[in-house]
Write a protein that binds this ligand. Sequence first.
Ligand code: IPE
Length: 264
Amino acid sequence: MNEFVLVKLGGSVITKKDVIPPAINIPEVIRIAKEIQASTKPLVIVLGGGAYGHQAAHKYGFGIADTPASRLLSGIPSIRHNMSLLSGGIETILQSEGVSSVVIPPFPIVTLIDGEIERFPLEVITKTLNSGHTVITHGDVCYDSTRGASILSGDTIVAYLANQLNTSSVFVGTNVDGVLDANPNENPNAQIIPTISEHNKEQVIRVAGPSSSTDVTGGMAKKIHDLFLISQKGIEVAIFNLSVPGRLEGLLKGDQVICTRILA
Ligand code: IPE
């Protein structure tokens, strides 16, 4: 299979935060659909859950250690329905902007053990890429043989696919310029960390911490840790601000853009 590029679309950019019922940020997704067409390589787009995923997951006790399996399992229909609405809505916009794309949801094919991926068959993803289509997948709820059900985050999917498939670059889109040296909500002078390497990794993870109280999947610290492992394989890794027009397009074209690069 030819090399491909993985792009995570952070839920905070593609959905409207704290809106009930959840809604897609349509103008942002139209802009993103235009920018991704700068890619010269096949693309796998991984959607975060944003308002569609985290609210529902929180409601059923995901991310809280002692939630009984029965309660987690009872959340499956609502989380699945939300993620189908989100991914279908994104697919509609991408297709109407000329991106030939197919949603491949994790729930029917992925199983987990204690929150980690146990089985994730990749044949349909590689066949879809080889057919010339953009793959859309997304954070999801999945059956978990230890807990009953767990949330599989978009970031975990990114890490898994980057490790298993022939990936040249991983671009993780969030709503901040990259990894910052302080929490921007508490410190307006927070500065972007341009490069994370072995030298500053542990210190950066200590400062980054979890991204928000409704993020049930580990926040920024886990994101950095997983991305560091990917960069150790020689894959280009950047965390960037997806809400600033032109940044994603620039990364896809190989331009210098404001972002945090992870260079193991
Ligand atoms: C969460 O995915 C998916 C669900 C809660 C179902 P992510 O954790 O990757 O989503 P964002 O980008 O933080 O919203």
